[in-house]
Write a protein that binds this ligand. Structure first.
Ligand code: ARG
Length: 235
């Protein structure tokens, strides 16, 4: 390390929300995934030392950041204007759109959001998938708010989808593709949202924000980002 950050490196703790493969998941009791490898590689390029990970619910990450339990969020978190009012984002490291998952071989084969009319829909609490449900389905009158189930994580949503308890799940497309490969669900359609994932830090932690952005550039430069992408996406 020590290549890019200036003085002031210190010990930091990262927070994530597992159950979001291949970005963060628990395998054989261990927290693994793209975000885990990427943040560790990025922090290695700085004067900071990553001493541990907290695996929390997605909804709890911002409060944990604000109260100092964690110092950085690495959770496939999309940069949004609303979040920018309370946290500071690094440069982006990944681009994604949204997708709609249905049960494998389901009769129900929606092709666009309008086809979700009057259906039971799930998403993870506090995510941009939930924002789509609120703004494009509920506010548009396509479904009632009692037809939306908010889950603590997407694994629980996918389990309910497999059991036929809900009709569709709205979630980030790379994660939808991963569930399609591993579970009895399939991506019905994808729609463009142009989201960009970044690491989030406290707004008064500008040194860490800069160090992380510089670290991302260094990891890109060293082709380590390509390697991490190949490892978790097989590309
Ligand atoms: N990208 C989406 C968002 O920012 C979903 C992130 C969910 N991340 C997770 N680790 N569960 O809202």
């Amino acid at each position: 390390g020590n290549e890019t950050a200036g003085e002031g490196g210190r010990e930091i703790v990262a927070g994530t929300a597992s159950g979001f493969p291949p970005f963060e998941m628990v395998q054989e009791g261990e927290l693994v995934g793209f975000d885990i490898d990427l943040l560790e590689a990025v922090v290695d390029e700085t004067e900071y030392e990553l001493t541990g990970w907290e695996d929390l619910e997605f909804d709890s990450l911002q409060p944990a950041l604000q109260n100092g339990n964690i110092d950085v969020i690495a959770a496939a978190m999309t940069i949004t204007e609303e979040r920018q009012e309370s946290v500071a984002f690094s440069d982006p490291y990944y681009s994604a759109d949204q997708s709609v998952l249905v049960a494998e071989d389901a009769e129900f084969q929606p092709e666009e959001l309008a086809d979700l009319e009057d259906r039971e829909i799930g998403a993870q609490s506090g995510t941009t998938g939930e924002t789509v449900v609120n703004e494009d389905l509920i506010d548009e009158g396509l479904i009632g708010d009692d037809q939306y189930t908010s889950f603590d994580n997407y694994v629980l949503a996918v389990e309910d989808l497999e059991r036929g308890l809900i009709d569709a799940v709205v979630l980030d497309e790379p994660v939808g593709e991963t569930f399609q490969a591993d579970r009895a669900v399939e991506v019905a359609f994808v729609f463009e949202t142009g989201e960009e994932y970044a690491f989030a830090v406290r707004q008064d932690d500008g040194d860490l924000q800069t160090a992380l952005s510089d670290g991302i550039a260094a990891v890109e430069e060293a082709s380590d980002l390509e390697e991490i992408t190949r490892e978790w996406f097989g590309e």
